[in-house]
Design a protein. Sequence first.
Length: 268
Amino acid sequence: MTDTSVLDTETRHDLHDRWPRAESVEDFRENLAAVHARIAAAAARVGRDPATVRLLPVSKTMDEAHIRLAYAAGCRLLGENKVQEAARKWEAMADLADLQWSVIGHLQTNKAKLVARFAAEFQALDNLRAAEALDRRLQIEGRSLDVFVQVNTSGEESKYGLPPEEVAGFLKELPAFSALKVRGLMTLALFSAEAARVRRCFVLLRDLRDRLRQDAPAGLSLDELSMGMSGDFEIAIEEGATVVRVGQAIFGARKLPDSHFWPGLVEA
Ligand SMILES: *Cc1c(COP(=O)(O)O)cnc(C)c1O
């Protein structure tokens, strides 16, 4: 593997709040092409095949009109961090039969029923009550669901996710929930312009995954690492990300600050 300590890739948090809004199918095509080019360049730096990195466009806060433009530009799986907002969009755009939804934000157990009904993927599993509620609802729906276990790699209280030392114990409980198909781990890095501190979060997730994979319970797969967003996905790819969740670099800046999504977060 490439020695990533020699890389000096910067974060792009400088563009935060300033990503241009995509207002046409052409804008979306251009933004998607630019993101794919950045993915390819990051993969090349560490000798990875860019096809091993899946781009998950994140459409939270974006309205139906803009999501339809993204669909026209080729997006077929979109990430949303709020269950009700995602469910509303799923219903409103049911005419787009091949458009699927990935829930990437915290799940309150009373919303498990909704997620079991419409989600194609759930990336923020971090407690047993949610696992139990989701599994029960999925059994009723006769469905299974791809899930990622969210890990708090930054140590910030504002972030959801299990502390790294609790992940092994948590994974051992998951085979009991047969409708949950565990695919890997997910994290949000520290929101910082200091690339070295951001990189440390991604390294932590990969090392944790590598260690846990050796004696993962049967039936669980830990192949996937969902890490990296508009401001830091290149660093995440250099450290092994297989899924990057990218909103603003595709859709443009959101009107609301990130503190709205991650209460307690202090903006840099
Ligand atoms: C919003 C969000 C993203 C994408 O962030 P951008 O800065 O828009 O790229 C990724 N992951 C999660 C969990 C999010 O809530």
